[in-house]
Design a protein around this ligand. Structure first.
Ligand SMILES: Nc1ncnc2c1ncn2[C@@H]1O[C@H](COP(=O)(O)OP(=O)(O)O)[C@@H](O)[C@H]1O
Ligand SMILES: C[C@@](O)(CCOP(=O)(O)O)CC(=O)O
Ligand SMILES: [Mg+2]
Length: 397
């Protein structure tokens, strides 16, 4: 581990099409957002692991020998290809003093951290004494993949601390990325973190957090999109809280209850992702308005499907109605049930029209902002390049 520690970051994501269906083996199209989660890891003292997670109100530390003893006692097989076992998660809850039924943001964040420490150290050697601080530009639990960005940062930092991946940052460089092979390892451990938080994730969010850009994801297969035009997207946070884990479980229940009704809906969502990919890849880099009606119609159809599978919310219906009154098309993004929606802005949508839509959305109590997409994936930063931000976060710890 570098003497002075390290700072890593990973982006959140927007799913254009395929949320939920992707959990059931269908394709999803997702893009990395220009909003990121950051993690600063420094050598710590006194044989302890210390974490500060201001986003979820956590400041905790544990003695390393206690965690090592638990690992020995459990004697589990911590392979990144195997889902975390219920027995290990129960034992970790007990170790951290988390009640068995707890599923709040703080409990899940601690559990993901401890699981990754335990599993990564079982495979690559002990995680040294460290102080970790995580902060984020992403809202938590709003459909923008904050859980995956957190898990990707943890995976990169812990693998680095154990010496399982290199330090790609050369003297004088501000940022660096890991090799393909190292990113594949980061991605697979981040998926384990997502499994702790989500229960049954598809892996699309951690793939975007790791690789960045725009990609198609299906059953663990990641394909960067050939060409993605510059898309203008308005993001709106309804601020209605929800849990991805609960929503994903609800969809599964509906599919089991009505397979003949729900499976065709998932097939249709899959076809929407295929169609959208073909349209995007056929569009020029700076598209003109005539390319948009199909994209808009696909948004509308998918939003209806997402309501059918039970992940809509009155706040999202309202969001769609408000933007429709300005001639704009929206759908939920991520797990739904509240959280965020995305609105497609056309190249000829005037700044005045965007402002008017934003005003009406804010009047509903929503928060919205235009955003960049296609951001880089997991990145190592020189701490000097982030000095002000890092110093601010560290001064709080
Ligand atoms: N910055 C963060 N620090 C600690 N935990 C985080 C952070 N961001 C997300 N999480 C974890 O991820 C959970 C939210 O994940 P999820 O319900 O999937 O919503 P989303 O991924 O859409 O934001 C939180 O409850 C928390 O456990
Ligand atoms: C609903 C789902 O497709 C995306 C969840 O995204 P988020 O956690 O709401 O950002 C679940 C998954 O793909 O694991
Ligand atoms: Mg999530």
């Amino acid at each position: 581990m570098a003497e002075r520690g390290l700072v890593v970051s990973a982006p959140g994501k927007v799913i254009l099409h395929g949320e939920h269906a992707v959990v059931h083996g269908k394709a999803a199209l997702a893009v990395a957002l220009g909003l990121r989660t950051f993690l600063c890891l420094r050598p710590g003292g006194e044989g302890r692991l210390r974490v500060r997670l201001p986003g979820v109100g956590v400041l905790r530390s544990w003695e390393r020998p206690g965690l090592s003893a638990l690992r020995e006692q459990l004697g589990a097989d911590f392979d990144e290809s195997k889902p975390p076992s219920a027995e290990v998660l129960e034992a970790l809850k007990e170790f951290a003093g988390i009640p068995a039924e707890a599923s709040g943001p703080d409990s899940l964040a601690i559990l993901a951290f401890l699981y990754m420490c335990l599993a990564i150290s079982a495979k690559y050697g002990d995680v040294p004494s460290v102080d970790i601080v995580v902060w984020s530009e992403l809202p938590t639990g709003a459909g923008l993949g904050s859980s995956a960005a957190y898990a990707v940062c943890l995976a990169a930092a812990l693998l680095h601390a154990c010496g399982a991946i290199s330090c790609p940052l050369k003297d004088g460089e501000i940022t660096a990325r890991w090799t393909e092979e190292e990113m594949t390892l980061i991605n697979s451990w981040a998926f384990q973190g997502e499994r702790v938080i989500h229960g049954n994730p598809s892996g699309v969010d951690n793939a975007v957090g790791t690789w960045g850009g725009a990609l198609r994801y299906q059953s663990g297969k990641i394909k960067a999109l050939k060409r993605v035009p510059t898309l203008r997207i308005l993001l709106t946070n309804t601020k209605v809280p929800r849990s991805t884990k609960v929503l994903v479980a609800g969809v599964k229940e509906k599919i089991l209850k009505f397979p003949a009704i729900m499976n065709p809906v998932l097939d249709s969502i899959d076809a929407i992702s295929q169609e959208c990919q073909s349209v995007l890849e056929a569009m020029p880099a700076n598209p003109s308005p005539e390319h948009y009606p199909v994209l808009e119609e696909l948004f509308d159809i998918n939003q209806h499907h997402l309501n059918v599978i039970g992940v809509g919310h009155p706040s999202l219906d309202r969001l769609c109605r408000v933007t429709a009154s300005h001639g704009l098309h929206s759908k939920l993004t991520g797990a739904g049930g509240g959280g965020c929606g995305i609105t497609l802005l056309r190249p000829d949508t005037t700044p005045q029209a965007v402002e008017a839509a934003k005003r009406d959305l804010c009047a509903c109590g929503f928060e919205c902002w235009e955003t960049d997409i296609g951001a880089p994936g997991v990145t190592l930063h020189s701490s000097s390049s982030l000095k002000a931000q890092v110093l601010h976060e560290l001064s709080e710890s």
